[in-house]
Design a protein around this ligand. Structure first.
Ligand SMILES: [Zn+2]
Ligand SMILES: [Zn+2]
Length: 378
């Protein structure tokens, strides 16, 4: 099928209308008419080639929500008309240990997980194009059910920002009265605070923005510490069993590590290049520093259901498709907490003329296995 989307062919050019072919739905696949797509900070990084691994052209979007239009042979879990989601992955080997454990994001198969965009598709290695498009086709194992209680636009950010924070909270068994902190209150942090509170934790927010205190309390945080408040930091030394850090830029890690209790954990989900590594405080209180990447399919469904059950919602701002470049600028320039969500009907109705036609396939599978993790390359 011919699909209209928004993409770019290099890091300097703003996103613009494109047209490309998606394969018609095959056995085991689900075709989805995209109604909403969240704008993740990763979309901006990938389009600007900040990680140096972008495959061009790039059509981003991995917080995809839409309506099933058809299903391939053998699909029983979904039917035409269902409201569904697609998160950060559309395929994986499904046989390695992480895949069998429901953690497909850590797939150690020959080509790793196939990311929703910028990931080589198996078996021919064509580049994947994401949810900034009118339609998407996905293997049924990677399709999520959107609970009736959640508005489709609000469901979108849960597929990446939600599961990225939910997975480590489950990993560290956060529960009643866990004394924990969330560092950084942006798109990820504002979800983390709400989810951790619903799990029963005592949650302190660590922020560098004094002006955000009231808003953070409104999200349910029990306490807020501004990182420039030296007496407050002094009192909080070695007090948190867990700090979930969502800070996406280089910062003084030691200031946060010192707040972690004996045998506690500082867990990173923000992607940044540290300027220093703070070993000393780690040794002195046997603290652990660790990190994680998004979450598996099973936990993505879990966090959708969890948010439905507990009334947790991301704060969103709905935009039209042609406002995307402005939204990218805001994501970079402004310290925003809400998530932009594209109303994809605005693209469908616009029927942009002069869309650039993208060829498919656009790439061969690189010899090193594309986006496979280091260990799986051979
Ligand atoms: Zn994301
Ligand atoms: Zn695997």
């Amino acid at each position: 099928m011919t699909v209209t989307g928004y993409g770019t062919a290099d890091p300097q050019t703003p996103l613009a209308p494109v047209q490309f072919e998606r394969p018609d739905v095959r056995a085991g696949e689900v075709a989805i008419e995209v109604t909403h797509c969240g704008v993740c900070h990763s979309d901006v990084h990938q389009c600007h080639d900040d990680w140096g691994n972008t495959v061009w052209p790039c059509v981003p979007g991995h917080e995809v929500v839409g309506r099933v239009t058809s299903v391939g042979d053998g699909v029983t879990a979904f039917a035409e008309g269902d409201i569904v989601g697609v998160g950060c992955m559309v395929n994986s080997c499904q046989t390695c240990e992480p895949c069998k454990a429901g953690e497909e994001q850590y797939c150690t198969g020959p080509r790793g997980a196939t990311l929703t965009y910028n990931g080589p598709t198996k078996p021919d290695g064509t580049n994947t194009y994401g949810g900034y498009s009118t339609d998407i086709v996905c293997r049924e194992e990677f399709v999520l059910r959107i609970p009736d209680a959640i508005d489709p636009a609000e469901a979108a950010p849960i597929l990446c920002a939600g599961v990225t924070t939910y997975a480590p909270l489950r990993q560290h068994k956060v529960g009643k009265d866990t004394r924990m902190a969330v560092a950084g209150v942006g798109g990820l942090g504002h979800m983390a605070i709400q989810i951790a509170k619903a799990m029963g934790a005592h949650v302190t927010a660590l922020t560098t923005s004094p002006g955000k205190t009231d808003d953070i309390k409104a999200l349910g945080a029990d306490e807020v510490i501004v990182m420039s408040d030296i007496p407050a930091l002094g009192k909080a030394q070695a007090s948190f069993e867990l700090i979930l850090s969502t800070i996406p830029y280089a910062h003084d890690v030691e200031a946060y590590l010192n707040l972690v209790a004996h045998d506690g954990v500082l867990h990173f989900v923000g992607n940044f290049i540290p300027t220093t590594v703070a070993f000393m405080p780690m040794l002195f209180q046997r603290r652990t520093m660790t990190g994680s990447l998004i979450g598996g399919v099973e936990q993505t469904q879990e966090v959708l259901d969890f948010c439905a059950e507990h009334g947790i919602r991301p704060e969103i701002k709905t935009i039209a498709m042609d406002e995307i470049n402005e939204a990218f600028r805001r994501v970079i320039d402004e310290d925003i907490r809400f998530r932009h969500v594209i109303d994809m009907d605005t693209l469908r109705k616009a029927e942009p003329s002069g869309a650039t036609k993208l060829d498919a396939p656009v790439r061969g599978l690189p010899e090193d296995g594309g986006n496979a993790p280091e260990a799986a390359k051979s």
